[in-house]
Design a protein around this ligand. Structure first.
Ligand code: NAP
Length: 379
């Protein structure tokens, strides 16, 4: 038997069978995408993931001292006003996309460090699989003296669960997972479905269009907001066309969370301006360039010059720039020192010239070198 015929008759069918089993498993399990990220992200950062070795094995975020008490809220802290009058702190912490966001022990420590150091805005999602440890840390912070009313929690419903019935069924479970009796802001994580889910999603099964699916998801979230389970509702990764579809459908859109940094593509500006005109607040995710791109961003000479002038790290210049543009920022970190640094951005200001210099980075060629999700392409 030749090598080619062995490949065709034995190896290829075996590979197809393995592939079919993997696709079948992904299509029939509820949170495979979350598990995928929780496994791959630690691996690319050279850590054995909790999905394989169990929680509590990764080294990273240090333990929070038992006698540590909360520091006061940040001086000169700023807020964005939401449609119901709630004030969203303009500076938060992101809870995904780095190894320390996928080990329950490190997540619990991260959240507690952040709240005790004066931070008050936590961004998570069903996809990140870390509601429970975040909830545990919130409970501990409240016990140590941080009022629940000061803590602003955002979470997101993943496309697996979009659709009217499945939103009504799934989203209320987040309250139980987080151990709270209301959530400040719940977002639709993405306007589209992703391939592994298309066999399990409610809208796909019923054969309704993507627009109808987004609109009925919005109706369901609006009903849950009416019941007081969620105080505000919003979206993420939505382009102008997706936002327009929701006009007059239910509750006002409180927030659009989008990728936003000095390096995001200028096309994002169209979404930004639409939101500003329609009282939709913006949250900037990956404001430091994200796990993969931040080192490149931090080494950018224009930013380094401005940072030297203010005697601040580049990270603070990037966060301050997004805030002065009018966005909330949610830098992700599991490092208490970085948390302090990221929170300490209220007591300096970038000049109009410095803002313009950083704005211009978006129009340069380097913007192409940074990862960017072009949401206009989503149906
Ligand atoms: N809606 C969406 O689709 C979406 C998508 C992506 C992200 N998000 C949200 O946005 C959050 C932030 O985005 P991101 O985590 O992708 O990117 P990011 O905040 O731009 O960057 C995070 C990276 O920067 C490092 N870092 C943070 N503060 C630092 C500092 N002061 N100095 C040096 N390094 C620092 C972190 O490492 P250390 O841990 O070592 O500090 C981490 O590797 C996420 O956590 C998530 O909540 C939302």
């Amino acid at each position: 038997m030749s090598l080619i015929s062995i490949l065709c008759s034995r190896v290829l069918p075996a590979l197809i069978l393995v592939l079919a089993l993997i696709v079948g498993w992904f299509a029939s399990h509820e949170i495979p995408m979350g598990t995928f990220f929780a496994t791959v992200i630690p691996l690319v950062q050279y850590h054995l993931p909790a999905t394989i070795v169990g929680h509590g094995k990764m080294k990273g975020t240090p333990e929070v001292p038992d006698d540590m008490l909360p520091q006061p809220r940040l001086e000169k802290e700023t807020f964005l006003e939401l449609p119901n009058g709630d004030q969203m702190p303009q500076n938060g912490i992101g809870m995904c996309c780095r190894y320390s966001a996928y080990d329950n022990v490190l997540v619990e420590r991260t959240t507690l460090w952040y709240l005790l150091q004066g931070g008050r805005h936590i961004d998570t999602a069903h996809l990140y699989l870390n509601h429970k440890p975040i909830g545990k840390a919130i409970k501990e912070a409240v016990k140590r003296g941080v009022p629940r009313s000061e803590i602003f929690i955002t979470t997101k419903i993943f496309p697996t669960h979009i659709g009217y019935e499945s939103t009504l069924k799934t989203a209320p479970k987040y309250l139980e997972e987080l151990g709270v009796d209301y959530i400040d802001l719940v977002l639709v994580h993405f306007p589209v479905l992703f391939p592994p889910y298309i066999t399990t999603n409610d809208c796909i099964k019923r054969g309704i269009s993507a627009t109808e699916c987004r609109q009925e998801t919005w109706k369901a979230l609006s009903e849950l907001r009416e019941k007081g389970l969620f105080r505000n509702i919003g979206v993420s990764n939505f382009a102008v066309k997706h936002l327009e579809e929701l006009e007059g459908v239910g509750a006002p859109i409180a927030n659009n969370q989008i990728q936003y940094s000095p390096f995001t593509d200028p096309s994002v500006q169209e979404t930004f301006q639409y939101c500003a005109k329609n009282n939709i607040t913006i949250t900037a995710y990956s404001p430091l360039g994200g796990m993969m791109e931040k080192d490149k961003a931090f080494a950018y000479s224009v930013l380094e010059e401005i940072a030297t002038r203010h005697d601040r790290p580049v990270s603070q210049i990037m966060l301050r720039w997004a805030m002065q543009c009018g966005a909330a920022v949610i830098p992700g970190t599991g490092n208490p020192k970085h948390m302090r640094q990221n929170l300490d951005i209220y007591n300096f200001e970038l000049s109009r010239e410095e803002m313009a210099t950083i704005d211009n980075l978006k129009h340069g060629k380097h913007a192409e070198k940074f990862m960017h999700i072009d949401v206009r392409a989503f149906d």
